[in-house]
Each structure stands twice: as C-alpha cells, then as structure tokens.
Design a protein around this ligand. Structure first.
Ligand code: WT7
Length: 653
C-alpha cells in the first residue's frame, strides 16, 4: 500500500489475515463498556485461584484499591506449576542467550518448576518469611527470573535493582526497603568483558554508619571472576539452591498480598518504592499480554528486550508471559555485542514472532542502517511493539518496514511503573494504528485528556489537534500501584492531589487527542526526564552534582534529543575557591553522576555558569534553561529576578 503513494500513509490497518486470527475482537470494548467489573472478573478467570474472590473491586478507601477481594492465589503457581500440571512441562519457557556468543540454555516449564521450588526452599532456609523484602541485583540470567518467582512463591517481596545502578543507588534501595537478603552475581558481562558486580553489594552494605538490615548475600556464579567473600553472610547459589529439595508446596496468599516493590524516579531526589500486589497485577499483566501481544503460546516465540530491572521486565518478561505459558527469549547482553547483528541473529535463530522494544533502540537500529537488518531473515516476525517514550512516526515506519516487512502491526503501549501493565495501546487486528499514537485506552481502562480544571479537551474540528492537556486515569484498574513504600502521604500527594475533587489519577504526562479520538502522549510535564526510555529525575542528578565538593549549585533539564528522546543537560555553579570550569572538571562531574546514580544518568552536557535563573521566591526556572539548552529564544522572563543572568549563561556555553 505504501509503495505507490509518495506520501507516507497516516493510518495502518492490520491485514485481513492478521485480523482473522487475532486474539482480540472489537466486542471486548463493548463488553468492558457495558459491565466494567464483570469484564475484569472474566479476565481474572484466566488465573487459577485457590479461593475465589467475592467482590471484584472495593474502592471505598480510595485511592487505596482492593481488587478481587477475598480471593487467594499463589502468583508463582500461576506462572509455573499450573502449566506443568496441564501437561506442558516439556514446553520451553525460556530460550536464554548469554552475552558471550555460544553461551545458551533452554529451560522448559518443567525445569523452571524445579528451579523455583529449590530456590524457594533455599530462601526459606535463609530465614525469609512472607512479607520480608529481598533485593535482586542481577544481570539478565535465568536465575534472576527464578529468584523473582521464588520470592513470589513465598509471599516475599522482591525489589529488583537494575544491575547498571551504582552501589550508592543500591544502598538507598536496600535501606529504604529494609531488605534482609540481596541476591546477586559475582560479576556480569558488559560488551565482552567480565566486570565485578557483587563488589557493589559489599560496598552498599558496608557504607554508612548504621548496621545494614541485610543478613545474607546469595551469589550466583556467572563470570567466575574473583569475588570478596564475607564468611557466614555470603552464600553461593550453587551450594544452597542446588542442594535444596525440588518439591515445594505453594501457599495461597490474599489477592492484595504485596508482590513486589520497584523503585522509580519522582520529582524529588529520593526514589519512590512503588508497591504492587498479587491478584490484580497478575490479572492485568496476563490479560494485556494475551490481547496486546496476540500471544499464541503453542506457536509463538516472544521476545521483550527490557531488563528485569524495569517494570517492563517485571510485567512482560516475567509475570505476563509466564502466566500465559509463553515461550520467550531472554538475552543477557547489549544489542551491539559482539556486533550490531546480535538482535537480528537472535530473531533468526529462535524464530522470534513477537518483538517488543524501546523507540530509542529502534532509532539506534536506524542509525546503524537497514543493511544490517536486511542481512537476516526476519520473516518469522508477525507483531512488533514499543514502550517507554513516544515513538516518532519516522522510526515507527522504519520499524514496520524493516522488521515487519511493511506488514506487521505495531503496538505502541503507553503505561508506567505505577500502572503495572499496559493501559493505552492498539489491539492488534482491531485498532487502526497511527504512527506516533498509542491510540486508545484498552478495554476495561479509562483515561482522558483534561485541562487544569479537569475539563475534557474534546477532539473537535474547532480546537484542532493541537490543544494539549494532562493525561489522567479516571477509573481504578487492577494492576494499579497500591502506594509508595513507607510514604503513603507522598502517594496521595503525587498522584491523587492534582485532581482530588474528581478522584482521578494524575499520570504526569501531557497528551492531546487527534480528530479521530486517538490519544497522543507528549511526554512528562513534571521534572522527570526520559532518556532512552529511562526515567530519571532532575533532582536526583542535581543532588549527585551538588554532592561533589566543588559544586555550589546545580540545575538539570531534559532537552529534546534526536537519538535518546531527551538528553540530560546540567548547569552548575562552582564553589568560589575551586579551580576553573575546564574540561577536566566537567569530565569529573559527569563521571561523578555516573558513579552516584548510573551511567544512564550521566549528563550529556555540563555547563559551568556564574549564575542560575531564579524567580524572586528562589525557584530555579528550568523552563528557561530548557530554552537555552534547546537553542530557542527565551520564553517569558518576567518573573525572573535578574534577566541579565542569561547573558552570562550564554557566554559560558
Ligand atoms: C513514562 C513511564 C512503561 C514501561 C517503561 C517506562 C513514558 C511510556 C510510552 C509510550 C509515550 C510513554 C511516559 C510515562 N512512556 N510508554 N508508549 N508513549 N510515552 O516506565 O519508567 O515508569 O516511565 O514513560 O512519559 O509516564 P516508567
């Protein structure tokens, strides 16, 4: 259809063949609109409940929701045991591909069952009980998935910390959750090199003045590199897990039993521990995985490229696909290791049919050029997905053309750590896709775009397509967060205070409608940046910068960047007695942020400036700094204390 047109089409319907075999049908919307709670009850029936729920939703204590009230289930049983009981023990759960070429393992559901039982028994042996917290700080190895499921099986909450995070970031998360156990690996492979990982755990536990809550460190041997060892505290996975019993009877927990904590950036420097619970979370991840990814567990090979350190890895590597008995690829390394062909080789080798990734990676592939992709047979692919940030239409079309042979549907899924599962997305085979738009709320989900007063910004020819507003979720959903660990005031304040009167959840994103009623998510409107799909708060980076002895003040903004969506740009004022702001200092500060937070938070640019633009009340005007960073004419400077500061800032750049 595109070949004959000079202009790229603005809408893409799925082929008749795809629609005919699709899991989703348009009547899902009708069912959900007619009887929302009945619809969700039907979705909950995908799971195996030990005790059925007596009520779908209790929102009487809003914003604290209870979904599937009185129901009891075991999440790990639903992800593993029940498939084995159904005779699917021989089905591959995970095709694991290590970073070193040739390093691979195939794990069936039967094997996964044994591994999870052994790990659960080992955790019990280490003193873990339901309600305890375990930090998981691991690369993408099968044991990481096993560790998460073993925690779930015991009703122990996991807090997965991305293995690219620093010791300081890990420490903050261990301390906030008061974790009793850390599960890690000796080292990890990074671009062909084995680098230490457990060292950071040791550093995190011993740093600070207070005694750590950590009683044991459970270590998977991954690289064999030398590892510091604390007798009595540290234990090898192969010692305690491999020798544990392969039998374990799962206990059923309340539907609202907490499943995990996942820390994410907010508008302050302190990360928030987002709480997710069991029945609702698993219902919505399984439901969305079934329909949005059109999964046919008997034949599909699914690959979500996200790391388990992010919510996408939780919901669409671990819980959703495993609840649905899917076969998936788990890849340990980076896309360019050993060279740019790696992802395409994996797709070809395993016959991947569904591929879900981030727009930033699509843009990286574009930069590498289509010759790389074209060197491979990608004809197994039948559905593509994106998540994490808006995808520019050009990248969308390239993705469909090069990965999808100009044929496959693309599901652009909008959601957040807080929502737990996909919320706004096309249903493949049903929805007519528009490149750049996540289209509509999924059946059972309700969202709207509103102005400051909560009035709907209706798509209308008069308003055109340019009126934008705030994205809100105006009805509770099963996988919604249940709060912020240890700070429920912050939970109310962050998400529920802006539209308190209406009782709506404020997502923090700007959005608009098009004339067809599709939603276009425009990006964060708060002080949260989105760099390559990673959420980083300006305050977190600022606090890492001012932590440096030479920095007096810092202001950080996200400036739009062609490649990473946004790029981190920092403006710093140095201490009076410190050396000049030469390149050496800038390099040192960039390294400091990478050390303090993670390399993903390393500012792209740091400008040493004599002053920062402030309002009379002392608030830094980031909006103006963004104008400077993006090379724009200055916006309204009327509230600025000293408009002349920009002269100085411009000169300093
Ligand atoms: C923020 C949430 C959901 C897992 C990955 C990120 C942005 C996410 C989209 C999309 C436009 C998107 C939003 C959102 N975002 N998906 N399809 N289109 N923007 O999870 O780290 O919690 O970040 O990512 O700004 O608020 P997260």
């Amino acid at each position: 259809m595109t070949d004959t047109c000079t202009e790229a089409p603005s809408t893409y319907a799925a082929s008749a063949e795809f629609a005919a075999q699709a899991n989703a049908t348009a009547d899902l919307y009708d069912h959900a609109n007619r009887d929302r709670l009945g619809f969700w009850a039907a979705q909950a029936d995908r799971l195996s409940w030990q005790t059925p729920f007596s009520q779908v939703l209790d929102f009487s204590d809003a914003p604290f929701a209870k979904w599937f009230v009185d129901g009891r289930l075991n999440v790990a049983y639903n992800c593993v045991d029940r498939h084995v009981e159904a005779g699917l023990g021989e089905r591959v759960a995970i095709h694991w591909e290590g970073e070193p070429v040739g390093d691979r393992r195939t794990i069936t559901y039967g094997e996964l069952y044994t591994d999870v039982c052994r790990a659960a028994n080992a955790l019990t042996g280490l003193g873990l009980r339901a309600g305890d917290r375990v930090a998981i700080y691991m690369p993408m190895v099968p044991e990481a998935v096993v560790a998460m499921l073993a925690c779930a099986r015991l009703g122990v909450m996991h807090s997965v910390v991305f293995a690219g995070y620093s010791a300081a970031a890990l420490k903050a998360r261990i301390d906030d959750a008061e974790a009793k156990l850390v599960i890690t690996t000796d080292g990890q492979y990074r671009r062909g090199q084995a680098v230490p990982l457990k060292e950071s755990v040791d550093e995190a536990i011993s740093a600070g003045t207070d005694a750590s809550t950590v009683e044991h460190v459970l270590v998977v041997r991954r690289t064999g590199i030398e590892t510091p060892w604390s007798e009595g505290r540290d234990v090898w996975w192969h010692d305690v897990v491999n020798s544990a019993s392969p039998e374990h009877t799962p206990e059923a927990f309340d539907s609202e039993h907490p499943l995990f904590l996942l820390y994410t950036s907010g508008t302050t420097g302190k990360p928030k521990g987002i709480i997710h619970t069991s029945g609702g979370y698993l219902t919505q991840t399984a439901y969305t995985h079934h329909y949005v990814f059109d999964i046919k567990p008997e034949t599909d090979v699914y690959w979500c490229t996200a790391d388990i350190g992010w919510i996408t890895g939780h919901s669409y590597v671990v819980y959703g696909p495993l609840a649905n008995g899917a076969t998936q690829v788990l890849y340990e390394g980076t896309p360019a290791s050993p060279d740019e062909h790696r992802h395409f080789e994996i797709i070809e080798k395993y016959g991947v049919t569904i591929y879900y990734t981030a727009p930033t990676l699509v843009r990286t592939f574009m930069k590498w050029g289509r010759d790389i992709a074209d060197a491979h047979n990608l004809s197994s692919l039948r559905l593509l997905g994106t998540v994490g940030e808006p995808i520019n239409p050009e990248a969308w079309r390239w993705y469909r053309d090069v990965f999808g042979a100009n044929e496959t549907p693309i599901v652009d899924t909008w959601w957040q750590t807080e929502t737990g599962a996909a919320m706004i997305s096309p249903l493949p085979g049903v929805t007519v896709c528009k490149p750049g738009s996540a289209t509509r709320p999924l059946p059972g989900i309700s969202a709207r775009v509103v102005d400051d007063n909560g009035n709907l910004i209706e798509p209308s020819p008069e308003l055109g397509e340019h009126a934008s507003g705030y994205l809100v979720l105006d009805a509770p959903w099963p996988s919604m967060l249940r709060g912020i660990w240890g700070d429920q005031d912050r939970f109310r304040e962050t998400y529920w205070s802006r539209f308190a009167e209406q009782g709506w959840y404020f997502a923090g994103d700007g959005a608009r409608y098009d004339l067809d009623g599709n939603i276009w998510v425009l990006g964060r409107i708060d002080d949260v940046m989105n760099v390559s799909g990673h959420r980083i708060s300006t305050a977190e980076v600022e606090s890492a910068l001012v932590g440096h002895s030479h920095v007096a003040e810092a202001a950080v903004v996200g400036a739009s960047d062609e490649h990473t969506g946004q790029a981190i740009i920092a403006f710093v004022i140095l201490q009076a007695d410190s050396a000049d702001g030469g390149k050496h200092m800038v390099d040192e500060l960039r390294a400091e942020v990478a050390r303090e937070i993670s390399p993903i938070a390393r500012p792209k640019e740091i400008h040493v400036v004599p002053e920062l633009p402030k309002t009379r009340s002392g608030k830094i005007m980031r909006r103006l700094l963004r104008d400077v960073a993006e090379g724009r004419e200055l916006g309204d400077t009327s509230t600025l204390l000293d408009p002349a500061v920009f002269e100085a800032i411009r000169n300093a750049r």
